[in-house]
Design a binder for this molecule. Structure first.
Ligand code: ADP
Length: 295
């Protein structure tokens, strides 16, 4: 079984469903409110576990009720949480508005995630034994960097989701094997917007392999060995909630790559998983199991 370590955030998602998202100064009446365990790190961990990997999560929850719920959700998903800390104070929260087209807007408050500034000996040992390390940017940069450097030193593949969008330190790019931005994040990193092919080629100056996800349009893959971007289309489906689509995609992609599948096969499998997830509400709750993805 593929062993995947995730160093990332756990948040409670507080989701409001509306027809049209409010603009600044506006109040709208929505249809429904739900809470659901989330956070980009936890979401990728659940996606990878459901896709059939042995997954361990390094992260932090708070001492509030959300912390207990987040722990339980990861445990139920079969994720190893031995290295998930509990730190005094609130858990991370994500305040999400999902509109009638399935689009979303999100505010993340880090809470306990912000306390994870460095790695323990046990964290490093766990990373060293994994095949891949999944990273995002919802933990302090010092921890993300320490994780990626540990992985690189031990020959573990580093897969970075550069979200929330922000410029990346050179030290982090230098130890990133595969970068998986969405279109918006790719534009932030490169200054190239509206031309994902050009953005993908530009990112190869920083990392050896890149996948830019393009929502309903699928994704683009480019590598230093094959710099001309290759498109993989997303299956045409009716989206009801795209929250967590990118995390489903990355978690599943890591499993396929860990199993030694060629990149284009892995991308097709990850696209199928993400397309399944957008047809159901919620982030982690909408993630498909291996048999569904294969089907
Ligand atoms: P993020 O969720 O990080 O913003 P994207 O919106 O680019 O990322 O979506 C990630 C992946 O999820 C896409 O590459 C695609 O495979 C899948 N996906 C997203 N939206 C849809 C959709 N409406 N229909 C089918 N697949 C989708």
């Amino acid at each position: 079984m593929t062993r995947i370590a995730v160093l990332g955030s756990t948040n409670m998602d507080l989701v409001a469903y509306v027809t049209t998202a409010p603009r600044s100064g506006e109040t709208v009446t929505g249809q429904e409110f739900r809470t659901a365990p989330g956070g980009k790190g936890a979401n990728q961990a659940v996606a990878a576990a459901r896709a059939g990997a042995d997954v361990a999560m390094i992260g932090a929850v708070g001492t509030d009720d959300f912390g207990d719920q987040l722990r339980t959700a990861l445990e139920h998903a079969g994720v190893d949480i031995d290295l998930l800390r509990t730190t005094e104070g609130p858990s991370g929260t994500a305040h999400i508005v999902v509109d009638g087209d399935g689009g979303n807007a999100i505010v993340v408050i880090p809470g306990a995630n912000g306390s994870l500034t460095s790695l323990s000996h046990a964290d490093r040992a766990l990373i060293a034994e994994a095949q891949s390390l999944l990273l995002q940017l919802e933990l302090p940069m010092s921890a993300v960097l320490a994780g990626a450097e540990t992985a690189r030193r031990n020959g573990v593949r580093t897969i970075l989701t550069p979200a929330p969008a922000q410029p990346l330190p050179c030290e982090l790019l230098a130890v990133t094997d595969l970068l998986v931005p969405n279109e918006h994040e790719a534009a932030t990193l490169t200054g190239v917007s509206g031309d994902p092919e050009r953005a993908a080629r530009a990112l190869l100056a920083d990392v050896p392999e890149v996948v830019i996800t393009l929502g309903a349009r699928g994704c683009l893959y480019a590598s230093r060995a094959q710099p001309e971007p290759v498109a993989v289309l997303a299956p045409p489906v009716t989206a009801v909630d795209t929250t967590g689509a990118g995390d489903t995609f990355v978690g599943t992609l890591a499993v396929a790559l860990g199993e030694g599948r060629p990149m284009t096969d892995a991308l097709t499998w990850a696209s199928a998983a993400a397309a399944l997830s957008v047809q159901r509400p919620g982030a982690a709750a909408s993630m498909p199991y291996r048999a569904e993805i294969d089907a």
